[in-house]
Structures are given as C-alpha cells and as structure tokens.
Design a binder for this molecule. Sequence first.
Ligand code: PHE
Length: 447
Amino acid sequence: NKENANPGSGKGERFSSSGFILAAIGSAVGLGNMWKFPYITGQNGGAAFFLLFIICLIIVGLPVLMAELAIGRGGRGNASTSFFKIGGNRTFGRLGLLSVIAPTLILSFYSIVAGWTLHYAVQTFSGKLFTGGDFSEQFNDFTSGYMSIVWTFVVMVCTCAVIIKGVSSGIEKFNKILIPGMLILLIVLMIRALTLPGAGEGASFFLRPDFSKLSAEAALVALGHAFFSLSLGMGTMITYGSYVERKQSLGAATFAIGGGDLLYAFIAGLIIFPTTFSFGIDAGQGPGLVFVALPAAFSAMPFGSLFGGLFFVLLAIAALTSTVSLLEVPVAFTMERWGWSRKKAACILAALIFVLSIPSLLSLGLVPELKIANKGFFDFMDFVASNILLPLGGLIVTIFVGYFWKNVAEEVGLKSAWFRIWLFMLRYVAPILIALIFLYSSGLLKL
Ligand code: PHE
C-alpha cells in the first residue's frame, strides 16, 4: 500500500487523530502564549491588540497552518524532502531546508527561556523567590549566571528523552497528559486572578478595545506573533503533518489547533492582566512582565508560593511541549536523509543545540561582549530566526502551495467553496501580508 511504500520521516510512525491535535496544540501553545503574548499585548494597548491578533490568526495563520499540514501529509516526509517530493524539483527541497535550520536556531534560545521557567517554578514553590530581595535583581543575577546554563541543559535532556520514545509513545503521550493538565492549571489560576480585588479593571484592559491605541506597527507585531504562536514557518507543522493519517480532516484539525492556541492565550491574558492591575503593576513593561512583575503580585497574595509555583509549572509545560516539536524537525530530517536511528538523531542534535545555546547564554551576562551586528548573541539568534527565517519560511509555504502544487485539492479535500477561499488567501492575501512582516521585522521597512 501507498503508505508503507513511502514511509517518509519517522519511518512510517503515525499519530492517532486526537493525539495529533493535542500534539499540535502543544507545539502552538508555548512561551509565545504565556510570556510574549501578555507583554506585547500590554505594550500595545491591550484589547485592541488582542483583536488584531485574532484577525491575523484567522486570515493568515489558519490558511498557512493548513498549507503546512498538507505539505507534510502530502509529501510524507520531513520539512525539506516533503517540498521536494511534492514539487518534484531540487530547488524546492533546498528552500525547504530553511525550515529545518530555523527550528534548530530557535530551539537554541527558546530552551534558555524554558529553563528560566523551571528555575522559577522551583524558587517559587520553595518560597526562596519571595525572600531573595528585589525581583528584578534576582532575575538579572539568575539569567546572567551559571545556573541558567544548568537549567537549559535540563530542558534539552527532557526534550531529548521524549523525542527518543518516538511519535506515538513519546510526543503523543507526553502531550495527551500535559495539554489537558495545562488547561486545569489555567482554569484554577484564572479563577484566582479574577477574584482578586480590582481584577475587573485588568479584564477590561484586555477585553474592551480602545482603537485609538492601534498603530500600523502594532498590526505587524500582531501578524508576526500570530505566525510564531501557531508554530508556522519553521517546519514543525510540516513535520507533525507527516505523521497524520489520510482519513484525518485537515480543515477540522486546522480549526481545532487555531482554536486551542487562541483559548490558551485568552486564559493566559485573563490571568496576567487582572493580577497585574490588582497589584498596581505596569502591564506594559516588556519581557520582564512574567518573571519580574508577577512575582511581586504572587508574593503579596495569600498562598502566593502555591499559586506562583503553579503558574511557573504551567509555563514550563507550555514550553516543553513546544521544545519537543522543535527538536523533532531536525530529528526527522536526519533520520530520513542520513538514515540515523531516532536515538542517535535525538542525542546528537540535542547536544549540538545545547552547544549552540552556550554563546547565547554567555551573552546574557558572563560574557556580554559576545555580540554580532551590534546585538547580543541571544538577541541576534532571536532576530535571525523569528524576524527573518520565520517569515521567509512562511512565504515559501504560501507560494509553493498557492502556485506550484498541482494536486493540492486532492490532498486537502475541502468542499469547493472553502477550498477556493483557502487558495485565495494563500495566493493573494497571505504572501503580501507576510512579505510586509518580513520587511518590517528585518528592519528594511520603517514605520
Ligand atoms: N508556538 C510556540 C509558542 O507560542 C513557539 C514555537 C514556534 C514552537 C515554532 C515551535 C515552532 O511559544
């Protein structure tokens, strides 16, 4: 049969239907939802930005998400060979290589922030965070010291352990336990936050739009974030798509994944804004919001070390289900291309990515001179991966599926009106908007 004759990446491994949806939600829901989304929403005026984010998610994110899933399933291969198999042309395979390099780079700094969440969970539960003095000093001391290297290592070991177990007994099982677990934690924390005195003001900052606060810049930030949040442009959804059964409806899966991502971001907002407003903390202060500002709130509430600890566990889970999806991309590639075993691929790549994370780690404090193009190494990696490779990867996907994939209708099997809308978005709307994100975030377009 066709499936066995062409096993593709992961050597013929498959997700179950629900396992696939949960794993893809696990990839999508990450530090992007729990750490970045709240602080960029805070910086860009709250509810109006949230609304923009939802619009971007629907008109650009979902069509590209479905295109990536289709490429993976249609090509039955890793993020590079799938392009080659469908397009029948080596150039496409080479372009697809970008989607293998991007997640490797992303993981080298994403794992650092994931490590922070683990450290904060331990510090909060043990109460040490609250007795350790000024939160911003604690944050700087920790992120610039040796311990953050240790925590990054722990993250890579955990991620590698899940990947070694394979698609269904590793990735799928891990997500099947943690994604529902995360929802329970989110709901507990949301109830806590919404019952704080003055919580209503925070909720209305997040939910009642004030359009005068919007700018063209905010729109591009929202668009870029919709992409990052759905794990697009990085080969992850292509790789996960390659493990999806033929009978799975890609349209339904796309809505479920997009809905899941939005729901988790929505609840995260309903935790963070009521809490910051209730304790008079500035929600627009940027990246330190959850590591510096929220601890102040937790330390002042009853059972703060419990709620704070649970919050950082939540962040850690969100991060780990994403690091797993990032590592799987190069793992699938080396297994298929070079015939490596899963174990060998996972160990070598995890070690390599850890080594790659060291200059980023050092640039945060121990060796601040580690700079490229006037940026610290950490910021440089983030810039190249998130602002250049990600939109470029997304652009390649839309153009490839929109213009070069002849039998795409067969693969996605959408009823015709939906199919036409989808193709229209991929051909005309998404590439223009993604090109704009690219020009803006790479610094070529100034607003
Ligand atoms: N979507 C993840 C988040 O929101 C990040 C991610 C990007 C994961 C790309 C995998 C691939 O944090």
